[in-house]
Design a protein. Structure first.
Lengths: 530, 276
C-alpha cells in the first residue's frame, strides 16, 4: 500500500508537470523554492553554532516548520488528491495499511525532502559530539514525522469541512495573515534588523515555554545530548515519540470516521432581511446592492479589501519606522491604495464569471451599462474610500505626523475616482477569463491571458498616478496652510475631480461594452470560479 | 423547422415537414453559422418554432445545441445567419429582443452569495421592474417553484435542482414571451423536474413559447409538442413530436436518424464473469 500511494503521489506530480505550460512553470518554481528553503534553513541553523541562543532559535525554526505543515495542507486542499480521504473511500483498504501508505505519500516530494535537508542544519549548528549528532538526526526525523502526523490529523479531521463552502471560505481568509506576515518579513524585519532592533538576543527566553512543545522537545534533546545528558535527551525524544503516537492514533480514528462519513452538506446560513437594498436607485441601485452584498459575503472580495489595506500600509511601513523617517511616503500609499481598489476590479466580466450571463441577458444599451458600471463604482467607493483613508491616517499616526493623513485623504479621493474609471474602461476594452489557482483564494488570469492582466494592472496603476498628480501638487502647495483650508478646500475639490474622472470612465466603458456584450459574456463563461 | 426545402416537400429523411401553426413564428433562424477554429459547431442551421409551442431541440453531445441556443439568445455572436424572436432581430436590435426573452443556460452558475429571494429580485430589477414589483414577483415565483422555505438561504448552498428552479425563476420574472432553456432538467430530481415541467406547461398554455434542448428523449416525448433533431450543427428533422417519431419511440427515431455509434464489444469479454 505504501509503495502504491507513493507511486500515486509521484504520478500526480509528474502529470501536473506534463498537464500544461503553466503547471510546468509552477512545478519548477515550487521546486526552486523548496531547494531555497532547504539550503536557507540549513545555513541558518548551521550559523547558530556557538551562540548562546542557538537552542532557542532552533526551537523557533522547528515550531515555524510545524506551523507551516499545519497551514499549508489546509490552503492547498484539493491539489494533492492523497490529502483527501474521500478519494480512497471506495477502495477496500484497511485503515492501518492506509495510514502507512498515506504517511509514506506525505513524506514524498520536494517539500518534505527540503524539510529534512534544511532541518539537518542542526547537526552543524546545535549538535556536538557523536551522541549529539546521532540524537540530532533522530530529532530531525521525529520532528518531520511529528509535522506529518499533525498535518494529516488536522487535514483528515477537517476534510469534510474543507469540501464545504464554509471550509473553503475559511481557507481563503488564511491568505490575509500570511500576506501580512510576508510584508512584515520583507519590509519591516530587514529594516529593524539593519538598525539593530532585532538580534539573536531578541529570542532569549523563547524556550521558557517553547521547550515544552514537541518541536522544542526535539531542539532541546539535541542540546542535552551535546552537553552530555543522554538520559534527558532520550527522555525528550521519547516524549516527542509519544506525542507522535498520540497524533497517529487520533489520525487513525479520524481517518476511520472520514472513510465512512458522507460529505457534510454545509449548514446552510440564512440571510436576515433578504431584500436587496437601494430600491429607489433603479438599475444603478440594483447593481450597487448586488456588488455591496458580494463585498460583504464573498471571501475573495474580502481578501481583496484586506490586501488593499495591507498594500497601502506596506508601501510606507518601512519608511515611517526607525531613525530615518520619511512620512511623505504616505502620499504614495494613498495613490497605491486607491489604484489597487481599481486593479482588483479591472475585469468585471471575468471576475463575475459565469453568473454574468444573467446580467448579459438583461443589459445591452449604453444607458444600462452606464448604470451597471456606476452602480459597481458606488459600492466599491463606499468601502474603498474610508478604508484607504483610514489606513493612511493610521500610518500618519504611527509616523507621529497626523497631518499627513489630512494630506493623503484628497489624494485617495481623486485616485479612487481615476482607478474606478480606469477599471471600468479596462473591464470593457481588455476583458479576459479568470481562473482560480489552488492554494490561493485570489483569481488569476486564465492561461494565455497574463499579458492582459499585466496591461490592466500597469495601466490602472500608471493612469491613477498620473491622474492624481494635480492633487498631489495641490496638497504639497497647501501643506503649510491651515487644516481648515486643507480639509475645506482640498477635500471637496479632490472629491469632485475624482467623481468627474470616474464618470468619464463609466461613460467611455459603457460605449465600449455596449458593442461587445456577447464577447464579454463569453469571457465570463470561460472563467472558472471554483 | 428544417428549411432545407419548401414546406410540404418531404425532408431528406422522408419525414413530413412541420407546418408552423397559425399565429406566426416565435423563432425563425436562417443560415446560422458558427466556427471555432477549424471546427464548424453550427453549420447553416435553419429552424422555425411556432408561437405558443413547447419545442424540444435534441441531439447527441457536441451536436451544437448549446452553441445554437447561445446564438439565438444573443450571448454568442454568430459568424453568419439571422435570428428572429417574435419578429425582432436578435443581432440587429439586441436590447429589444433580450427584453422579451428568458434564458436558462445548461450550466446554471448563479450569483452564489445572494439568497434565492435576493437573486430573483436582482434579476427582476436588472430587467427594469420596480423594486416592489420585483420583490412581489420573486416571492410568487419562489412559492410556485417550491423554494419559499429556502428563499433566505444563499444560492451557494442550493442543490442542483434548486439552482435550476431558481434560474428558471430568474428567466421568468420579467414575463418573457419566449423562453430558452438548455438542458433544464439535467441532474434534477423527479420532484423538482415535475415542478419545472408543470410551470413550463402553464407558461405555454398562456400563449408563450418555450424552446429547450435536451438529450433525454423520454422527457422530450412527454413534454414537447414539437421536436427538432440537430446533429453536426444542422437540423436533421423538425416537426410535431408525432411526425418526428414516425410511429416509433422518439429514442428509436433519434438513433435511426443520428446513427448508432458502434463499438467493438469483444474486448470486454471478461465483463460479467464471476472471476476477476
Amino acid at each position: 500500500m505504501a509503495r502504491l500511494l507513493v507511486q500515486l503521489k509521484l504520478r500526480l506530480l509528474l502529470n501536473a508537470l506534463h498537464s500544461s505550460r503553466a503547471a510546468k512553470v509552477s512545478f519548477i518554481i515550487s521546486t526552486i523554492f523548496a531547494v531555497l528553503l532547504a539550503v536557507g534553513t540549513f545555513l541558518a541553523l548551521a550559523s547558530y553554532r556557538g551562540k548562546s541562543t542557538s537552542v532557542d532559535l532552533t526551537a523557533v525554526i522547528f515550531t515555524v516548520f510545524a506551523f507551516g505543515w499545519l497551514i499549508a495542507p489546509i490552503m492547498v486542499f484539493g491539489v494533492d488528491s492523497t490529502l483527501d480521504p474521500s478519494t480512497l473511500a471506495l477502495y477496500p483498504l484497511r485503515t492501518r495499511k492506509l495510514i502507512t501508505g498515506l504517511l509514506a505519500a506525505s513524506a514524498t516530494g520536494a517539500w518534505p525532502l527540503a524539510n529534512v535537508i534544511g532541518l539537518l542544519g542542526v547537526t552543524v549548528g546545535l549538535a556536538s559530539g557523536a551522541l549529539g549528532l546521532i540524537v540530532a538526526v533522530i530529532a530531525v526525523g521525529l520532528e518531520v514525522l511529528f509535522c506529518i502526523a499533525l498535518s494529516r490529523f488536522v487535514t483528515t479531521s477537517l476534510a469534510s469541512l474543507l469540501r464545504s463552502r464554509r471550509g473553503r471560505d475559511l481557507a481563503a481568509f488564511m491568505i490575509i495573515p500570511l500576506f501580512a506576515l510576508y510584508e512584515f518579513f520583507t519590509q519591516v524585519v530587514p529594516k529593524a534588523a539593519a538598525e539593530g532592533k532585532i538580534t539573536a538576543a531578541s529570542f532569549t527566553g523563547f524556550d521558557s515555554w517553547m521547550r515544552w512543545l514537541p518541536p522544542g522537545l526535539a531542539a532541546h534533546a539535541i542540546q542535552d545530548a551535546s552537553d552530555g545528558r543522554p538520559g534527558l535527551a532520550f527522555a525528550r525524544l521519547g516524549a516527542l515519540a509519544a506525542v507522535i503516537v498520540v497524533f497517529g492514533w487520533l489520525w487513525i480514528r479520524s481517518l476511520s470516521r472520514a472513510l465512512v462519513t458522507a460529505d457534510t452538506t454545509t449548514q446552510a446560513a440564512r440571510i436576515r432581511g433578504a431584500k436587496l437594498p437601494l430600491a429607489g436607485l433603479g438599475l444603478r441601485g440594483a447593481v450597487a446592492a448586488r456588488f455591496w452584498l458580494y463585498q460583504r459575503r464573498d471571501p475573495t472580495s474580502l481578501v481583496y479589501w484586506a490586501l488593499v489595506a495591507v498594500i497601502t500600509a506596506a508601501v510606507s511601513a518601512s519608511s515611517i519606522i526607525g531613525h530615518n523617517r520619511h512620512p511623505t511616503v504616505i502620499l504614495a500609499s494613498a495613490v497605491f491604495g486607491a489604484a489597487f481598489v481599481g486593479i482588483f476590479h479591472a475585469n468585471s466580466a471575468g471576475l463575475t464569471g459565469p453568473p454574468f450571463f444573467l446580467e448579459a441577458t438583461a443589459l445591452s444599451r449604453s444607458r444600462d451599462l452606464r448604470a451597471y458600471f456606476s452602480g459597481q463604482n458606488l459600492a466599491l467607493c463606499v468601502i474603498g474610500a474610508p478604508l484607504v483613508i483610514a489606513v493612511c491616517f493610521g500610518l500618519a499616526a504611527a509616523a507621529g505626523r497626523p497631518g499627513f493623513g489630512i494630506e493623503a485623504a484628497p489624494i485617495v479621493l481623486a485616485g479612487l475616482g481615476a482607478a474606478l474609471g480606469l477599471s471600468n474602461l479596462f473591464s470593457a476594452v481588455l476583458p479576459y477569463p479568470m481562473a482560480k489557482r489552488a492554494g490561493t483564494p485570489m483569481l488569476v488570469a486564465a492561461q494565455g491571458y497574463g499579458a492582459y492582466r499585466i496591461g490592466s494592472v500597469m495601466g490602472t496603476l500608471a493612469g491613477t498616478a498620473v491622474a492624481a498628480t494635480p492633487v498631489i501638487i495641490g496638497v504639497v502647495q497647501t501643506a503649510t496652510d491651515s487644516d481648515a483650508i486643507r480639509i475645506g478646500v482640498m477635500w471637496p475639490c479632490a472629491a469632485v475631480y475624482g467623481f468627474a474622472l470616474a464618470l468619464a470612465g463609466v461613460r467611455l466603458a459603457a460605449v465600449a461594452a455596449a458593442g461587445k456584450m456577447p464577447e464579454l459574456c463569453q469571457v465570463a463563461v470561460r472563467s472558472a470560479m471554483t | 423547422m428544417n428549411n432545407e426545402s419548401a414546406p410540404g416537400i418531404p425532408s431528406a429523411t422522408g419525414l413530413p415537414r412541420y407546418q408552423p401553426a397559425t399565429g406566426g413564428l416565435a423563432v425563425a433562424v436562417r443560415g446560422l453559422w458558427k466556427k471555432f477554429g477549424d471546427k464548424e459547431a453550427v453549420a447553416d442551421l435553419d429552424l422555425e418554432i411556432a408561437a405558443g409551442s413547447l419545442a424540444g431541440l435534441v441531439g447527441p453531445n457536441g451536436a451544437g445545441k448549446t452553441t445554437s441556443l447561445s446564438m439565438m439568445t444573443g450571448l454568442l455572436r454568430p459568424d453568419g445567419g439571422q435570428v428572429l424572436v417574435n419578429g425582432l432581430d436578435v443581432w440587429a436590435d439586441p436590447p429589444a429582443a433580450k427584453a422579451i426573452m428568458g434564458v436558462v443556460p445548461a450550466e446554471v452558475r448563479l450569483f452564489e452569495r445572494l439568497s434565492g429571494e435576493e437573486l430573483l429580485e436582482y434579476s427582476g430589477r436588472l430587467r427594469g421592474l420596480p423594486a416592489a414589483e420585483a420583490r412581489s414577483r420573486a416571492a410568487q415565483l419562489l412559492n410556485v417553484l417550491d423554494l419559499t422555505e429556502d428563499a433566505n438561504r444563499l444560492v451557494a448552498d442550493y442543490s442542483t435542482g434548486m439552482r435550476k428552479k431558481a434560474a428558471l425563476g430568474c428567466a421568468l420574472i420579467h414575463n418573457p414571451s419566449m423562453l430558452f432553456l438548455d438542458e433544464p432538467l439535467e441532474g434534477v430530481d423527479p420532484v423538482s423536474a415535475d415542478v419545472i415541467r408543470r410551470l413550463l406547461t402553464r407558461f405555454v398554455a398562456s400563449g408563450s413559447t418555450v424552446l429547450f434542448s435536451s438529450h433525454v428523449m423520454e422527457l422530450v416525448e412527454q413534454v414537447c409538442d414539437h421536436v427538432s433533431i440537430i446533429d453536426k450543427g444542422k437540423i436533421v428533422v423538425s416537426g410535431t413530436t408525432d411526425q418526428v417519431r414516425g410511429g416509433k419511440t422518439l429514442q428509436r427515431a433519434f438513433i435511426d436518424l443520428v446513427g448508432p455509434r458502434a463499438h467493438d464489444e469483444e474486448v470486454l469479454s471478461w465483463l460479467g464473469s464471476s472471476s476477476s
